[in-house]
Design a protein around this ligand. Structure first.
Ligand code: ADP
Ligand code: GN1
Ligand code: MG
Length: 375
C-alpha cells in the first residue's frame, strides 16, 4: 500500500468530526482503489476495538461530492429497507452504513476544502484484486445482480449522474482522439500499436448506445464500477456480502456492469501486468460469472442477454481507452505508483479484448447453456 497522503493528526481531526465516540488509535492507508484516498481507522470504544473506513472523495473527479453522498444515502437506505424485509439480521454488513458528521451532514469538510466520509468497516470479509477460483466469481456476480435487483424499485427522483456519460464509449473515444492530437507529453509515437488496435474496432463502439437509443436496451439503476474488488466476499462462507464503492451508482445499462465483471474477474493477471503472455480471459471464470449473474438478474430482457458476451469486450476496450487517454494526458486521472503504469494497464485491457475475441463463440455457448439450465 502506498504512503499516507495525510498526516495522522489530520486524519484524527477529520475522524473526530463524525458522530463516533471513544479514543482514536490510528489510521492506515487501505485498499487498492485508483480514485479516492482510503484509510482504515481504529478506535477503542469502552474497552473494545472498532474499525471504520474513512475516505477522502476525489473531488477533482467527483466534482459534486454532495450529490454523490445524496445518491449513496438514498441507495443504502433503500437497500437496508429491502434487506430488512426478509433478512436474518447483520444488515450493516450487507449494505454500507454512512456515519453522519457531527453537524448531521453525510460528509465532513476539512480546512483544505476536501470532502471526507466515514463508513462502518465491514468485518470478516475482503475484496480481491484477482479472483482465485470459480466460486468467488460466481458469488461476486450474484452479489452485483442482487444489488441491481434490490435497486430496481428505488423511488423517484432519478439518481444524480455523478460522472456524466461515464460509460459512453463514443465520447471516451473522442477524448482519446483529442488527447492523441494534443499529445501534451510527447507520448503518442510510443502508442501507435495501441491506437491501431482501437482503429480496427471503432465501429463497435456505438453498438449498445445505438440499441439504447432505439429503445431496445433499457436504462436501469446500475453500479457502474463492478470491478471485482468492489464487492466484499465473506471470509467464512465465501458469499458476496456487500457491494461497495457506490460513487458511480446511477442510471446506466445492466450490461456495463456485467461487462466490467467480465473484464476484472476473468483476468488471469493483475490489471497492470507487464508480461502480457500471462494475460487472458479465463473461460471457466466467465462461466461462473454468467451462472452467478443470471441466477439473480432475472429482470434481463432478451435484448440484454444477447449482448452479455459483447459487453465484456466493450467495457474492457472502453477502460483500455481511458487508461490510454490518461497516459497520453500525463496520468492525471487514475492513481499511479510508477511511470508507464497507465500504458501497462491499457495493454492488459487490449490483450484481454483479444483473448475474449478469440473465445467469443465458446462464451456465447456458455450463456446459452446457462440459460437452458436456469429455465
Ligand atoms: P476507490 O473508489 O478508490 O476504489 P473503494 O471505495 O473501492 O475506493 O475502497 C477501496 C478499498 O477499501 C476496497 O477495495 C475495499 O477493500 C476497502 N473498503 C471500502 N469500503 C469498505 C468498508 N466499508 N469496509 C471494509 N473495507 C472497505
Ligand atoms: C476506477 O475506483 P476504482 O479503482 O474502483 C474507475 C473505474 C475503472 C477502474 C479501473 C470513478 O475504479 O471506472 O473501471 O478504476 N473509477 C472511476 O480499474 O473512474
Ligand atoms: Mg474501488
Amino acid at each position: 500500500m502506498e504512503k499516507a497522503k495525510h498526516s495522522i493528526g489530520h486524519l484524527r481531526q477529520v475522524t473526530e468530526s463524525f458522530q463516533i465516540w471513544g479514543d482514536f488509535v490510528g489510521a492506515v492507508p487501505y485498499g487498492s482503489g485508483h480514485i479516492n484516498d482510503t484509510y482504515q481507522v481504529t478506535m477503542r470504544v469502552a474497552g473494545t476495538t472498532v474499525r471504520y473506513l474513512l475516505q477522502r472523495v476525489n473531488h477533482a473527479i467527483f466534482t459534486r461530492p454532495d450529490m454523490v453522498m445524496d445518491n449513496i444515502l438514498r441507495v443504502t437506505a433503500h437497500l437496508r429497507e429491502k434487506l430488512a424485509q426478509d433478512d436474518d439480521g447483520d444488515i450493516s454488513r450487507k449494505a454500507l452504513t454512512v456515519i453522519p458528521a457531527r453537524d448531521g451532514k453525510p460528509y465532513a469538510r476539512d480546512a483544505e476544502g476536501n470532502w471526507w466520509r466515514l463508513y462502518l468497516f465491514v468485518e470478516a470479509a475482503q475484496t480481491y484484486d484477482v479472483i482465485r477460483d470459480e466460486r468467488q466469481a460466481y458469488e461476486a456476480a450474484r452479489a452485483f445482480a442482487r444489488f441491481q435487483n434490490l435497486l430496481a424499485d428505488l423511488p423517484a427522483p432519478r439518481l444524480h449522474e455523478t460522472i456524466p456519460a461515464f460509460h459512453h464509449t463514443v465520447r471516451r473515444l473522442e477524448a482519446l482522439d483529442a488527447a492523441a492530437a494534443a499529445d501534451v507529453c510527447g507520448r503518442r509515437a510510443a502508442v501507435a500499436a495501441e491506437i491501431a488496435f482501437i482503429d480496427e474496432r471503432r465501429r463497435q463502439c456505438a453498438r449498445l448506445l445505438d440499441r439504447q437509443s432505439r429503445g431496445e436496451i433499457p436504462e436501469r439503476i446500475t453500479h457502474n464500477d463492478t470491478k471485482i474488488n468492489n464487492v466484499m466476499l465473506d471470509d467464512a462462507t465465501g458469499e458476496g456480502v456487500c457491494v461497495i464503492d457506490l460513487d458511480t451508482v446511477m442510471p446506466g445499462l445492466a450490461l456495463y456492469d456485467f461487462g466490467d465483471m467480465v473484464r476484472s474477474a476473468t483476468a488471469s493477471a493483475k490489471e497492470d501486468e507487464r508480461d502480457l503472455s500471462k494475460v487472458g480471459c479465463r473461460i471457466n471464470m466467465f462461466e461462473a460469472l454468467a451462472r452467478g449473474y443470471l441466477t439473480d438478474a432475472t429482470f434481463l430482457l432478451p435484448s440484454e442477454v444477447e449482448e452479455l458476451v459483447f459487453s465484456g469486450r466493450l467495457i474492457t476496450m472502453t477502460i483500455g481507452i481511458r487508461f490510454l487517454t490518461d497516459y497520453l494526458s500525463g496520468d492525471t486521472y487514475f492513481r499511479t505508483s510508477r511511470p508507464g503504469q497507465n500504458l501497462d494497464r491499457c495493454r492488459v485491457q487490449f490483450a484481454m479484448v483479444r483473448s475474449m475475441e478469440e473465445q467469443s463463440d465458446a462464451m456465447e455457448n456458455i450463456v446459452r447453456n446457462v440459460l437452458k439450465c436456469r429455465n
